[in-house]
Design a protein around this ligand. Structure first.
Ligand code: NAI
Length: 302
């Protein structure tokens, strides 16, 4: 099998000044992509800004013989998103790959969380993905080619104490992807989501010793690169990973139960009496789109 290469491809990686994004950017460049290294350069909570982080990654790529350009705009405004895409267009004339990776944390238990903490996290992770993806999609649709990766998190997929804002944003990305994959399918644009795990500034106080050093950011890179490869034909996957383990996660649906005849009312007691059947996932299947749910209603609908 041929190596996975990105020669002639232009990639944008947001939040590429550190951690996982930096690792994505270095490897894309090593494999031939021209990379827009976007990073606002702020603190872990999103405050402040600096050009140093993006510049350093660009210098590293160039020192290794690759091509890259820095961009310092925030992903969280439409203006910023447009400027990130404009950087790619002005310098390299196209956008083939977009890895939405930029992220911040403002952890608080729900009763203590302020509106500002909720908004800041939603703005970077969820709105930020919209702000960069929409202008990128306009270019990709023209060229009938695109590979996009969203960066979710186990916190959103499964929950994590103190991260209601972050979890909502990260699961929101899955909903965003589910619709985009349908809207872009005919343009040869593939959109997938990763839920990484890595020791980084974001998680420096999360993983216990012994586990932390095994959570190398690099382990999240090969899957992101494969999802960005020309040969990637899947769209709408969510892949979870860490320490070299990779697996697909998905929303499943139980066979459930049909109650009534579509004419008579259904009582709360009938739900109670069928609760075990409704919630039994022992023969659940992956819900591949809304139609797979309507299929389960078929006995009632025909
Ligand atoms: P990191 O803190 O090392 O890197 C995030 C980068 O995003 C920083 O360089 C930061 O300056 C940049 N950034 C923040 N706000 C920005 C904005 N508005 N515009 C542009 N750049 C901005 O964190 P890490 O761990 O590398 O995280 C990368 C992504 O992976 C994030 O989306 C994070 O939520 C996600 N993730 C990380 C996990 C982990 O275990 N490290 C677990 C699950 C998800």
């Amino acid at each position: 099998m041929a190596d996975i290469r990105f020669d002639g491809r232009v990639a944008i990686v947001t939040g590429a000044g550190a951690g996982i994004g930096k690792a994505h950017a270095l490897e894309l460049a090593k494999r031939g992509a021209k990379v827009v290294v976007n990073d606002l350069g702020g603190a872990r909570d999103g405050s402040g800004a600096s050009t140093a982080a993006a510049d350093q990654v660009v210098n590293e790529i160039k020192a290794a013989g690759g091509e890259a350009v820095a961009n310092y705009d925030s992903v969280s405004t439409m203006e910023g998103g447009q400027k990130i895409v404009d950087t790619a267009m002005d310098c390299y004339g196209q956008v083939d790959i977009l890895i939405n990776n930029a992220g911040i944390l403002r952890d608080k238990s729900i009763l203590k969380m302020t509106e500002a903490e909720w908004d800041a996290v939603l703005n970077v992770h969820l709105k930020g993905a919209f702000c960069v993806t929409q202008p990128a999609l306009k270019v990709m649709r023209e060229k009938q080619y695109g590979r996009i990766v969203f960066t979710s998190s186990m916190s959103g997929l499964y929950g994590n104490f103190g991260q209601a804002n972050y979890g909502a944003a990260k699961m929101g990305l899955v909903g965003f992807m589910n619709t985009l994959k349908l809207e872009t399918a005919k343009y040869n644009i593939k959109i997938n989501t990763i839920a990484p795990n890595a020791l980084s500034r974001m998680t420096e106080d999360v993983f216990p010793p012994g586990m932390a050093e095994k959570m190398r950011p690099q382990f999240n890179v090969p899957i992101a690169l494969y999802l960005c490869a020309e040969e990637m034909m899947d769209s709408g996957m969510v892949i979870v990973m860490g320490a070299g383990w990779y697996g697909r996660t998905a929303l499943v649906v139980s066979p459930g139960v049909c109650i009534g005849d579509t004419q008579r009312d259904i009582a709360a007691e009938e739900i109670r009496d069928n609760w075990n059947k409704i919630t039994d996932l022992s023969s659940a299947e992956v819900a591949e789109g809304g139609n797979s749910i309507f299929k389960l209603m078929e006995p009632l609908l025909k």
